[in-house]
Design a protein around this ligand. Structure first.
Ligand SMILES: Nc1ncnc2c1ncn2[C@@H]1O[C@H](COP(=O)(O)OP(=O)(O)OP(=O)(O)O)[C@@H](O)[C@H]1O
Length: 240
């Protein structure tokens, strides 16, 4: 896999704090070495692309970051804290600051778009008034260009629209870090470009730091200027 840090600002990356740091991570399943000596740093306000072919361990990496899997070796620090040392409460708090965009989109098919967006908001940002919830739902939907879909069912949306709604549902709770798992998989080239552009817009509007896990080299290239690149495991891309 290849890891490339990228920043849109004029600041040199090295001058800024890192909010996620992985050091010499290793994970195997039996005799299958999936992650081998992987290190990366995600700096505040940047997009970081992890590029790897199918089966190279991209999803395993995400699961290790949020402790759905325990690494065999190495450390993962998020917001300065070692993920494997967190208490259950600490883990819950950390996960609430991290947004996921799953490969499948993972919308609730029996709920309208509005209900899909309200669901995480009511769970994580407790105590909001009806008016505040409506305003937040409208804001995030407008920001992904789908203000008109409020009362539609997911089945009435195209693949690209579902991806946008999923993104809106993730950013509605103001995550500090976004983890994108194959954000453009299954989309046509034009829609893929739109989603890649949207990822850059979300970063600018919501001041998120993002890890984008993909096998799509075009998606990887659509990040702003690459500033550094480190390689580990099976490298298939040498960066811009
Ligand atoms: N819980 C598990 N137990 C055993 N093997 C696993 C487990 N999770 C993942 N693997 C194996 O680890 C390897 C990497 O899986 P992973 O899902 O991370 O791939 P990926 O890079 O995300 O691939 P894709 O792009 O196809 O989704 C695969 O060979 C998979 O079978």
């Amino acid at each position: 896999m290849t890891v490339g840090n990228e920043t849109s600002g004029a600041d040199p990356v090295m001058d800024r704090e890192h909010i996620l740091e992985i050091d010499h991570l290793a994970k195997a399943f039996g005799s299958l070495d999936v992650l081998n000596n992987l290190s990366l740093k995600l700096y505040n306000g940047e997009n970081l692309v992890v590029l790897g072919k199918s089966g190279s361990g991209k999803s395993v990496l995400i699961k290790c970051i949020v402790r759905l899997l325990t690494p065999d070796q190495g450390t993962i620090k998020v917001f300065g804290e070692n993920v494997n040392d967190l208490t259950d409460k600490g883990l819950e708090e950390m996960r609430e600051k991290i947004g996921f965009l799953f490969q499948s989109g993972a919308l609730y098919d029996s709920m309208t778009v509005k209900e899909n967006l309200e669901f995480p908001l009511k769970r994580i940002k407790k105590g909001l008034s009806r008016k505040e919830i409506d305003a937040k739902v409208e804001e995030v939907l407008d920001n992904v260009g789908l203000g008109q879909t409020l009362n539609k069912m997911p089945s009435e949306l195209s693949g690209g629209m579902r991806k946008r709604v999923s993104l809106a549902r993730t950013i509605i709770v103001d995550p500090m870090i976004m983890l994108y798992d194959e954000p453009t998989t299954g989309l046509d080239p034009v829609t893929s470009d739109e989603i890649s552009e949207l990822i850059n817009e979300v970063k600018a509007k919501y001041k998120t730091s993002s890890i984008i896990i993909t096998h799509d080299i075009e998606c990887a290239k659509q990040r702003p200027t690459a500033s550094s690149c480190c390689k580990t495991g099976k490298s298939i891309w040498k960066g811009a």
